[in-house]
Design a protein around this ligand. Structure first.
Ligand SMILES: CSCCC(=O)/C(O)=C/O
Ligand code: FE2
Ligand code: NI
Length: 179
């Protein structure tokens, strides 16, 4: 289950309802996918072939279609990040910079773990959303955020986009950001 850490205060928010209520204040949706729907050979597999990525999307086809109908997503993909990813450092360097997207996007973790760090309001500042398999959040349009891996350095995620062009990031310089 997802857990939140508010960076300024180190406050931890856990429990499905509390996490959902907190995130909803920032127009971030928090939902849950059934991890049992993923075929066994695709679980905790961090070097998926294109066919296996297609099978991940197939496993969650009804959830994806439901989100597309509710919220207008038009394209989706599967991303794997691990030591087996040839350009892992290059990708992480991009994901770990504060950026925005000019559309709302979905991230659903299917294997491994990852953290989205999202900018809340002035008072709350940045908060970490630690995600494990089955956790799904949205990243709202024009909301500063970045992504990093946990110490295990491996994740598989399904991403849903409104734009046909997929992942496009706009760098966001934030003098108020403190690590
Ligand atoms: C685990 S999803 C990969 C990172 C990404 O798509 C993103 O937008 C980071 O901010
Ligand atoms: Fe992003
Ligand atoms: Ni749940």
């Amino acid at each position: 289950m997802a857990e939140i850490r508010i960076r300024k205060t180190n406050e931890i928010i856990s429990g499905e309802e509390k996490v959902r209520d907190f995130l909803n204040k920032y127009e971030v949706i928090y939902e849950h996918w059934d991890t049992e729907k993923l075929p066994h050979e695709l679980r905790e597999n961090f070097s998926l072939t294109d066919e296996q990525k297609a099978a991940v999307l197939e496993a969650y086809q009804s959830e994806i279609q439901d989100l597309a109908a509710r919220r207008g997503y038009r394209t989706w993909d599967v991303i794997t990040l691990s030591e087996a990813t040839p350009n892992i450092e290059e990708l992480l360097a991009k994901f770990e910079q504060i950026h925005t997207h000019s559309e709302d996007e979905i991230r659903a973790i299917v294997s491994g773990a990852g953290t989205f760090i999202i900018k809340g309001d002035e008072q709350t500042g940045y908060f970490d959303v630690n995600l494990v398999p089955g956790d799904l959040i949205s990243v709202p349009e024009n909301t500063p955020h970045f992504f990093t891996l946990t110490d295990e350095r491996k994740v598989v995620a399904v991403r849903l986009f409104v734009e046909e062009d997929g992942w496009i990031a706009h760098p966001y310089e934030d003098p108020a950001f403190q690590k």
